[in-house]
Write a protein that binds this ligand. Structure first.
Ligand code: EPS
Length: 390
């Protein structure tokens, strides 16, 4: 399964085409709209989210509530486009109009794609870079991920993203009775955090950052339950599923690091305190007594919950901007100010959840290839019972 996305932050719409879904899978626009609404929420979001009410239009590949096997087209309109029709229009402009409307950006923001993108494509107006490098694009990544999440859910696999740290404030509550409980509690939290006390401090830190014209980052965690064991492979580097998940996390705007299970803590501990002992019972078959490795050994799922965390740097657009250089004059100037969020970590937890769901659904479709959804379901179930009886 694969997808591409197209669209600028202030262009008319965001578009994605998904290819490789089985036929006969139930899919409604409400499955996707729910995910889009979750991405828009979170304490620390900027004014743009008050302009948009992201909803999807399914433009192909679905009929009467079921996938057809043909490419699925998804479109999300940008409501803000109506304010940008000239600046972001597709047709040529007369010179005077150009000067009037272009809002040229010549002072790159440190930490953003602006300068590197300008050097790569030769754009002297860095709006041509930032319009596409904007995290607005994560809207359609979430839309594609929502389709993947639906497929996983129908196969008994659930994915939940939540926040474990913002601006140095760490969630002290990491235990939960079920994934459902984790989802329900964090869904109600304005920062998507299980620990209500930490959540309040996180919100205060976000408010402080906003007051100071600054931004803060954090850490999100995605937990997955129900993956059958043995998905991915150890036989070649590009078949390792944990590597694909790591890549998916790092590909999210502003993400700088990733870890599984106890992650970087493993460097400090002896092997006896890192590896998970193997046990067996006749109900579940094989399982691990602990899950320090976060659901992966040898690039393959172990059948234990997948636990992956990603670190997001503070958003680089600052209302109190850092020093930069004007590419026209080469003089030092403070960077351009664009409207932005002071903290997008809660929204990024939703994006990470959907980026992980995409990779897992793709891996399932690679391994249990089936053109018909019911056949796919049977083949995943067969692997589960094979592993149980092995
Ligand atoms: C975003 C939309 C953008 C930004 C944000 C994420 O809208 P605008 O640029 O019109 O305010 O709010 O993106 C960034 C801050 C960034 O640096 O990429 C969205 O839909 O999530």
């Amino acid at each position: 399964m694969r997808y591409l996305t197209s669209g600028e932050s202030h262009g008319p719409q965001l578009t994605t085409i998904i290819e490789g879904l089985p036929a006969g899978m139930p899919l409604l626009d409400s499955d996707i709209n729910h995910a889009l609404a979750r991405r828009q929420k979170g304490h620390g979001r900027g004014r743009r989210m008050q302009i948009e009410k992201d909803t999807v239009q399914i433009t192909g590949g679905v009929r009467h509530g079921y996938t057809l096997g043909s490419p699925v087209g998804l479109v999300v309109q940008n409501d803000d486009w109506k304010h940008w029709t000239k600046i972001m229009g597709q047709g040529p402009l007369e010179q005077e109009e150009l000067d009037e409307v272009k809002r040229k950006i010549s002072r790159p923001r440190p930490g953003h794609a602006d300068l590197n993108g300008a050097l790569k494509y030769g754009h002297r107006d860095m709006r041509n870079v930032l319009e596409r490098s904007s995290a607005r694009e994560t809207t359609v990544r979430v839309a594609a991920g929502a389709v993947a999440k639906k497929l996983l859910s129908l196969l008994g696999i659930e994915v939940v993203g939540h926040v474990v740290e913002i601006g140095g404030i760490v969630s002290n509550k990491r235990e939960y009775n079920s994934l459902e409980e984790l989802r329900d509690i964090t869904e109600e939290s304005p920062v998507r955090c299980l620990d209500a006390e930490a959540a309040q401090k996180m919100m205060d830190a976000i408010d402080d950052a906003k007051k100071n014209g600054d931004s803060i980052g954090g850490i999100v965690e995605v937990v997955v339950e129900g993956m059958p064991p043995g998905v991915g492979s150890y036989v070649h580097y590009d078949r390792k599923l944990d590597a694909k998940l790591a890549s998916a996390i790092i590909s999210i705007n502003a993400f700088k690091g990733v870890e599984f299970g106890i992650g970087f803590e493993a460097a400090k501990k002896p092997g006896s305190q890192v590896h998970d002992e193997i046990a067996w019972n006749d109900k579940e078959g094989y399982y691990r007594k602990t899950n320090r490795l976060g659901g992966f050994e040898g690039g393959m799922t172990s059948g234990m919950p997948i636990v992956v965390r990603g670190v997001m740097k503070p958003i680089p657009t600052l209302y109190k901007p850092l020093e930069s250089v004007d590419i026209e004059t080469k003089e030092p100037f403070t960077a351009s100010i664009e409207r932005s969020d002071s903290c997008a970590v809660p929204a990024a937890a939703v994006v990470a959840e959907h980026a992980i769901a995409w990779e897992l659904a793709t891996a399932i479709l690679d391994q249990f290839y089936a053109d018909r959804f019911e056949a796919l379901k049977a083949s995943v179930e067969e692997q589960r019972s094979f592993a149980r009886d092995f």
